[in-house]
Ligand binder design. Structure first.
Ligand code: UTP
Length: 281
């Protein structure tokens, strides 16, 4: 199964505290905040299903139990609304539950995204997998970002793929930033990557967003990665080790991305999806 071209598993690190959304995230996980009527995490799971994945692995933490309840049948609710005009409200989530399986593990200490991904190893095993950060909400008229990345991976199965977008230079201190050599249209071979660099030190304005395809080798690399920026174990630092071996590609995706981890991005996404639903765009 190692380095097989077909990606079936998707990991969702969802253990973070979501401090930028306090007090809303005191008792509600950030990943469960809804854009219109759907929680962020459900958008992410639907994107993974569209990209051909059927096994959802979710890294949770304390106070995140509503995630498990969401991706499960609520018999009482089903009973109450069966045969009524409201039944259609559950159509999408029922379809999600029927099309894939969910498994969970807890990150006991929030030691960063790299550490959260390592925590998920027990659910992933020894095979390539996707990672979705549900607070980066993506939309596309044609193929989803993850579908585009799966296609890139199929051509480069020895590499990790990270999704990137061009950002204003003054925002580099919010992202992992790459530099690399353009090898195909929209595809770079990464030779450097830095977590949240000051704009003056950033190697480019190409920022990593919350979509990755990772080869299983990443787990042993994370194990030896020391805490970096903010004292956290950073996935960017682990990926740099693989980039030095020529094993990381950065893909400039087609589509829109909203940073729903920030209030501004969340409001922008809500307006966008509302207009989309009302047929205004
Ligand atoms: P963020 O830094 O955006 O999430 O991490 P956060 O820490 O929850 O948010 P703020 O900054 O306090 O508002 C990106 C993703 O990585 C997960 C988060 O849940 C989020 O999906 N994460 C981060 C973990 O699962 N574990 C961690 O230790 C850190």
């Amino acid at each position: 199964m190692k380095n097989s071209k077909s990606i079936k598993k998707c990991l969702f690190p969802a253990a973070g505290y979501g401090t930028r959304f306090l007090p809303a995230t005191k008792a509600i996980p950030k990943e469960m905040l809804p854009v219109l009527t759907k929680p962020l995490l459900q958008y992410g799971v639907e994107e993974a299903i569209e990209a051909g994945m059927d096994t959802m692995a979710i890294v949770t933490g304390r106070g995140k139990r509503s995630i498990e309840d969401h991706f499960d049948v609520s018999y009482e609710l089903e009973h109450q609304i069966k045969g009524t005009a409201k039944e259609h409200y559950l159509t999408e989530i029922r379809s999600v539950i029927n099309r894939c399986t969910f498994s969970y593990t807890r990150q006991v200490e929030m030691k960063g995204l790299g550490h959260a991904i390592l925590t998920g190893q027990t659910l992933i095993g020894d095979e390539p997998f996707a990672v979705v950060l549900a607070d980066d909400l993506c939309d596309n008229d044609e193929k989803s970002v993850l579908t585009q990345m799966v296609e890139v991976y199929a051509k480069h199965p020895e590499c990790c793929i990270v999704a990137i977008e061009e950002i204003p230079q003054e925002h580099t201190n919010k992202y992992g930033v790459i530099s690399g050599e353009l090898i195909e249209e929209n595809l770079y071979k990464v030779n450097d990557m830095v977590e949240k660099p000051d704009p003056k030190d950033a190697p480019s304005n190409l920022a990593i967003i919350g979509r990755y395809i990772l080869i299983p080798e990443i787990f042993e690399v994370i194990e030896t990665t020391k805490p970096g920026k903010g004292g956290e174990i950073q996935i960017t630092d682990a990926l740099l080790t693989l980039a030095k071996e020529g094993k990381v590609l950065a893909y400039k995706f087609k589509g829109k991305r909203f940073d729903c981890g920030s209030v501004d991005g969340f409001v922008e996404a809500t307006n966008y999806f509302y207009d989309l639903e009302k047929g205004k765009i």
